[in-house]
Design a protein around this ligand. Structure first.
Ligand code: SF4
Ligand code: MSK
Length: 637
């Protein structure tokens, strides 16, 4: 099966180079695989016990145990969401453990980079924050967060990050998640053969598990990252494969955990490493990022972004990468086959991630600075082994303005979200759309995301971008205000003119989708204090998805009252009942549902319909004669 259409130019050049040099990539492996299995695609394959595996057909509507399509599809989705949530939550655990170790004096070389973020988070959990040294507060907060993993009989305290009206909806629907670990363990228990077979019951736990991700794992990882490494502020940089340099030692950081990449970034800027690089005949060391680790160093340090998940192997195919330093998630094992064709050393820095062909170099909080310097020195030593004749770096690179945390947005708007709320109320801005998720070689990568983002901003919808979808926008120049503003509608142009808030906001990595929840909650609070995310003109789209983390994100957004439009089906098409639950029943229960629009024009139309109907609903509920302030009436334009 061929990728469905042309990839972006730089990506296409490297796919062609890989083909000419006989280097396998996910693109060539996809072609070799042919169409994917229809049972897997529709969710109708069950392999949770050894009576099977069972595949459901019209002739065989039940598995050997008697499970029907609804049970099997719902069970598979819950397992997917549990796995995706576990990835975000374990990432959060690592960040919290680092914070705890720092407070206890056991994390050499780390510090509280942003004390204001520490105090902000402490206040959210009701801690006394004013008369306490930073490290004491960090220790207390780490304990509170660790208890979010182990809570047994009470809901997670982090659910209080959502507006009160939303929490009441979860309570009424029985969706308030208990501790993260309990919720995810229960998801696996329920889906073992012979436990939970009611698809509605399974799907309710799917939403509960996703909430443990959104308000637990993703929000905690985001807050802890800001405390330890700084809350992002707008920073200029560049993106695409053209950020690699032919005359420098190129080092790529890749994965999701910001702790290691922070240390690598600090070491890469040291005079000692620069001197080593010069001695090796290079002009210096060029550090760039891929995937969400790339977003972490982009939005805190302005380090260039080479690409998203689909560019990881292609960066190596340039022949100009001396070392790729990976941590966790989305680091393809196929990197080893790509690197075998060049001089690139692959390194894994996480104790839980091992891949043949990767050198294990676990960072453990002891001498991480020294460890980072030693790794970079080794990367420099590989420079002499580079084959100059095989180096081909695409020229494409686009300017980027990244780093729009909610605090940064509020800062640009003069200290309050009121200017944005007023514009949402009077229709100058028609909504806020999160464009999130992966890039998938099965579809025409970037086209969907770019067309949708362009369409949204031209209709005065502010876009919040994360993960590989943000990398796609970056490649298209849509994260550059200079290039995006002329494509925006009058409302967004005026917002930029007055407040320097661009039409497309880079919110960061996958766990930073929690910033979209934070923005929604802050807008709701600014609106009238009783508002819910479901009352706001918010929508989310995942144009393409690969990782199980994306169904988890989609489910916590829906549970939060944000409609989610997917550019590709979930693996649930084998059960019309499951699909109806996610699209219609979820809407009755939570005010939002899952929609699938396979083409960007359809997605744009649906997004505008959803945003405008939310505005009309709010306007109908809050009539001017009721004496409410007009700014709280979200009118359709
Ligand atoms: Fe088949 Fe049931 Fe076992 Fe699934 S749990 S593999 S449907 S017998
Ligand atoms: S990196 S989860 S491929 S967005 Fe967060 Fe990209 Fe998807 Fe990984």
């Amino acid at each position: 099966m061929d990728p469905a259409g042309p990839q972006h130019e730089a990506t296409d050049q490297m796919i062609a180079k890989a083909g000419a040099e006989g280097v396998p990539t996910c693109f060539s492996r996809l072609a070799a695989h042919g169409p994917p299995c229809a049972f897997g695609t529709s969710g109708l394959c069950c392999r949770v016990c050894n009576l099977g595996p069972c595949r459901i057909t019209r002739q065989r509507p039940r598995g050997v145990c008697g499970a029907d399509a609804d049970t099997i599809v719902a069970r598979n989705l819950l397992r997917q969401v549990a796995a995706g949530s576990a990835a975000h939550c374990d990432h959060a655990r690592h960040m919290v453990e680092l914070l705890r170790d720092l407070a206890a004096g056991r994390a050499e070389g780390y510090r509280i980079e942003d004390p204001a973020a520490l105090r902000r988070a402490g206040r959210l959990y009701g801690l006394e924050t004013e008369r306490k040294p930073d490290l004491a507060l960090a220790g207390e907060l780490a304990d509170v967060w660790l208890a979010e993993f182990t809570a047994q009989d009470r809901p997670m305290r982090s659910l209080a990050l959502a507006p009160p009206a939303r929490r009441e909806r979860w309570r009424a629907a029985g969706l308030s998640a208990a501790g993260i670990d309990r919720t995810i363990v229960e998801a696996l228990h329920r889906t073992v053969m012979g436990v939970d077979h009611d698809y509605r019951h399974l799907l309710a736990h799917t939403l509960r598990t996703a909430l443990a991700d959104g308000y637990g794992g993703s929000a905690i990882a985001t807050m802890a990252g800001d405390i330890l490494f700084g809350t992002p502020r707008p920073v200029e940089s560049v993106a695409n494969l053209g950020v690699l340099h032919a005359d420098r030692v190129n080092v790529v950081v890749h994965g999701h955990n910001p702790a290691v990449s922070e240390k690598i970034a600090q070491a890469a800027g040291s005079p000692e490493i620069a001197a080593l690089a010069r001695a090796a005949g290079a002009a210096g060391v060029n550090l760039v990022g891929i995937c969400c680790t790339g977003h972490e160093v982009l939005h805190r340090h302005g380090i260039a972004l080479a690409g998203g998940v689909l560019q990881q192997e292609l960066a190596i195919v340039t022949g100009a990468v001396e070392m790729m330093i990976t941590d966790v998630q989305c680091c393809m094992p196929g990197l080893a086959q790509a690197a075998a064709g060049y001089h690139t050393e692959l390194v894994t820095t996480s104790d839980i991630a091992r891949t043949e062909g990767f050198t294990p170099e676990p960072f453990d909080g002891r001498d991480d600075d020294g460890h980072a310097r030693r790794l970079l020195a080794r990367a420099v030593s590989h420079f002499r082994r580079r084959e100059a004749a095989r180096v081909a770096i695409p020229s494409q690179r686009a300017p980027v303005l990244a780093g729009f945390s909610v605090q940064a947005i509020r800062g640009l708007l003069g200290g309050s979200l009121r200017p944005l709320v007023e514009r949402l109320a009077d229709g100058r801005i028609r909504g806020v759309a999160a464009i999130i998720g992966c890039s998938n070689p099965k579809v025409a990568s970037d086209r969907y995301a770019a067309e949708l983002v362009r369409g949204l901003i031209s209709r005065d919808v502010l876009v919040a971008n994360t993960g590989c979808a943000a990398a796609a926008s970056a490649r298209e120049g849509l994260l550059s205000p200079a290039l995006a503003v002329p494509q925006a509608g009058p409302g967004l142009r005026q917002l930029h003119e007055q407040y320097a808030l661009p039409p497309v906001l880079h919110l960061g990595s996958c766990v930073n989708n929690a910033r979209f929840l934070e923005l929604g909650a802050a807008l709701a609070a600014e609106l009238d204090g009783r508002a819910d995310l479901g009352d706001l003109p918010l929508v989310a789209t995942a144009p393409e998805w690969i990782s199980e983390k994306v169904p988890a994100i989609g489910c916590y957004l829906v549970a939060s009252g944000v409609d989610v439009i997917l550019g590709q089906d979930l693996q649930t098409t084998g059960s019309p009942n499951v699909e109806a639950f996610l699209s219609r029943h979820a809407r009755e229960l939570l005010g939002a549902g899952v929609h699938v629009c396979l083409d960007p024009a359809g997605a744009l139309g649906r997004a505008m319909e959803l945003l405008d109907s939310r505005r009309a609903r709010r306007a109908a509920r809050v009539s001017p004669t009721a004496g409410r302030p007009t700014s709280s009436a979200l009118r359709a334009p």
